[in-house]
Ligand binder design. Structure first.
Ligand code: PLP
Length: 376
């Protein structure tokens, strides 16, 4: 079991992890009224940070908890935590609750400020034996609430499902609702049919995994196609390969499902391809060259953006506000056009972007937006 590294963060202060104290009236303690993120750090650099921060901001928004930091503030907090714990490879855990007030009322407190907690755990990567041999998983009924797209600290059903898996000698539990496999207690689920990777579509029943989203980006380079489709349990059992993915597991092959062997009982050939693509991506990230565009762009830069959204009242204003949060819009450059028989609105806009971080944050925010169908 990993123990926290010595230096932690609580409400703006850097504190020894062993001395951290929060009030028993904190709503995280009383109601699990909070959200969290877990981020991998490879050789001192936080991985997929823009995506994690964008998901954190979304979780806070959906929970109606005030976001205590802007992306720059979160980055500074994380960098300080990682550096104070000596850099290297670790995970960063962040948690924000609605705060503490001397009361216990389900309705939001009037005066409480969010509680911000951050700490790090030593993390050498997923255990080598699991990468080499794959993992056993079991199916379990999904007994979670109706907003699993929010990374809430209310994890009781996930905890119970995972323990059932451990009791059955397995690593993970695949959660099944209405005869459909959705995701696992703390990881995303993918199956493989031929050379196509299939994962359930995003929606309130699953968390949009940052690792799974990265695998989707890497799929074409690994000569795999990708499809978001429902996975009835019979389809899961008939799959050529089954994978699970998360920040701390990266991508692991499932070699046993409910005690039955998957494929030939060894991690399959498509998993080998995807795992190799992921490891190569991490190596490039550590070397500071993720994405060829990121390496050659000189900042600040004015980039033409094309964003397509479902036509809806206020779409233009919402999309432009989202861009303006990360870039300076050249107002006279904004053009809009209807497409798809007026079902879609296409916006083009020139935006001045100050840094690679701002560009990554902008794309992460566009990808996370419910309004945006496609952005380039
Ligand atoms: N699904 C659930 C329910 C999770 O708890 C997690 C991670 O904790 C994931 C999926 C994978 O998310 P990520 O890849 O961002 O770690």
């Amino acid at each position: 079991m990993p123990t926290p590294l010595p230096v932690a963060h609580l409400n703006g202060s850097v504190v020894p992890a062993a001395e951290l104290r929060v009030s028993v009236f904190d709503r995280g303690f009383l109601f699990a009224d909070g959200v969290y993120e877990a981020i991998a750090v490879y050789e001192g650099r936080a991985f997929r940070l823009a995506e994690h921060l964008s998901r954190l901001a979304r979780s806070l928004r959906e929970m109606r908890i005030r976001d205590p930091h802007d992306p720059q503030g979160w980055r500074a907090l994380i960098e300080a935590l990682v550096a104070s714990n000596g850099g290297g490879s670790m995970t960063v855990y962040l948690q924000v609750t609605r705060g503490a007030e001397l009361a216990r009322d389900h309705a939001f407190p009037s005066g409480a400020a969010p509680t911000v907690f951050g700490c790090c755990f030593a993390w050498p990567g997923p255990p080598e034996a699991l990468v080499r041999n794959g993992v056993a998983v079991v199916t379990q009924p999904d007994e979670r609430w109706g907003r699993c797209d929010i990374k809430s600290t209310n994890l009781t059903a996930n905890v119970l499902a995972r323990q059932m898996a451990v009791d059955a000698g397995a690593s993970e539990a695949i959660l099944v609702r209405d005869d459909h496999a959705l995701e696992c207690s703390s990881s995303s689920l993918m199956i493989v049919e031929g050379t196509t990777v299939i994962t359930p579509p995003d929606g309130p029943q699953i968390l949009a995994g940052t690792t799974r989203n990265l695998l989707r980006e890497l799929a074409p380079g690994a000569e795999l196609s990708w499809s978001a489709e429902p996975i009835p349990v019979a389809r899961l059992r008939a799959a050529d390969e089954i994978w699970i993915a998360s920040t701390t597991r990266e991508v692991l092959a499932v070699t046993r499902l409910d005690g039955a062997v998957v494929g030939n009982g060894r991690p399959g050939p498509m998993w080998q391809r995807m795992h190799a693509a992921l490891r190569a991506h991490v190596t490039r990230f550590v070397a500071g060259v993720t994405g060829s565009a990121a390496a050659i762009i000189q900042y600040p830069v004015v980039l033409p953006l094309k964003i397509i959204g479902q036509a809806a009242p206020g779409l233009r204003e919402r999309v432009l506000a989202l861009v303006a949060a990360h870039a300076t819009i050249e107002t006279e450059s904004v053009r809009e056009r209807q497409s798809g028989g007026a079902r879609y609105l296409s916006l083009t806009v020139n935006a001045k972007i100050e840094s690679r971080e701002a560009l990554e944050a902008l794309y992460a925010a566009l990808r996370a937006s419910d309004d945006v169908v496609w952005a380039l």
